[in-house]
Write a protein of this length. Structure first.
Length: 276
């Protein structure tokens, strides 16, 4: 019995102020084991009735939060068994500063991820535009957001970019979005006929919604053309490139049939001969 007691009381000394016994190590391990069981039980109770999307968000947040709880438990246990916690911090101050600087971006990502999960500004399935890149959100974690671009490339977005860049959520108000096609016609063209043909090109496409109706705006007297904007509504803005291309083909065909020309920029050059 005395040998067991001596074994448990054996100290590992790291410095004059920092030392730990085998008994303390076993106590810490037991405390962590019990804490782990309590956390698992708590997670099951909380997520049991949550919707699937909210459950995924909570588990993602919980996976990081539990490590913070473990650190608090360990430091509290150290203090209760007589280990000088202040001395540990003093001995590792330089290391902690270095680690903190190295993990600065990681902490920013996690904090941004928490904000995203709490205020729900972005959801799985949303179409977002960030820093000129567009993608459909597939997964949101505390550190990154994973999206798939229009050309089926995976886009990994560090969450801290949400704090430093403007985020456009194309589907925040629903899946319907207003799209447009710009076109210029030659001066002297019948503008009413141009308007009619542009509306016809939009209404002929099966993916263009009839409500709200497409419209045509006469936006400018350009340097070499009369500029129009054809505005229409699609139900899937993520794949708007194909319908807009189809409508441009249709416009070109209709303009050719009705002898409406699309001009190109021109410049008049005048040559003056120097008198002898």
């Amino acid at each position: 019995m005395k040998e067991l007691t001596d074994f448990l009381n054996y100290d590992f000394t790291f410095s004059e102020d920092v030392h730990i016994s085998i008994k303390a190590i076993l106590l810490i391990l037991a405390t962590l084991f019990i804490t782990s069981l309590i956390l698992k039980l708590g997670r099951k109770l909380i997520t049991r009735k949550l919707p699937n999307e909210d459950k995924i968000k909570f588990i993602s947040l919980f996976s990081y939060g539990k490590w913070f709880i473990y650190v608090i438990i360990i430091l509290t246990t150290f203090h209760n068994i007589g280990i000088n916690v202040t001395a540990i911090f003093a001995a590792s101050a330089a290391l902690l500063v270095g680690v903190g600087l190295a993990l600065q971006t990681l902490f920013q990502d996690i904090i941004s991820g928490v904000f995203i999960l709490i205020d729900q500004s972005v959801h799985v399935g949303d179409i977002i535009e960030l820093d000129g890149k567009v993608g459909r959100v597939e997964e949101i974690t505390l550190r990154t957001t994973r999206a798939v671009t229009i050309d089926n490339k995976v886009l990994i977005i560090p969450n801290h970019l949400y704090l430093t860049n403007s985020l456009y959520n194309w589907t925040e108000n629903g899946t319907e979005t207003r799209e447009n096609v710009l076109v210029g016609v030659a001066y002297g063209s019948d503008v009413q006929l141009v308007k009619k043909l542009l509306l016809q090109a939009a209404l002929n496409h099966p993916l263009v919604l009839k409500e709200p109706e497409p419209s045509v705006l006469f936006i400018n007297f350009g340097e070499s053309s009369l500029d129009f904007k054809l505005v229409f509504t699609l139900n899937n803005s993520f794949e708007s490139g194909k319908p807009k291309s189809d409508i441009r083909f249709e416009i070109d065909e209709l303009f050719r049939k009705h002898n409406i020309s699309i001009p190109f920029p021109q410049r008049d050059v005048h040559l003056f001969q120097k008198k002898q």
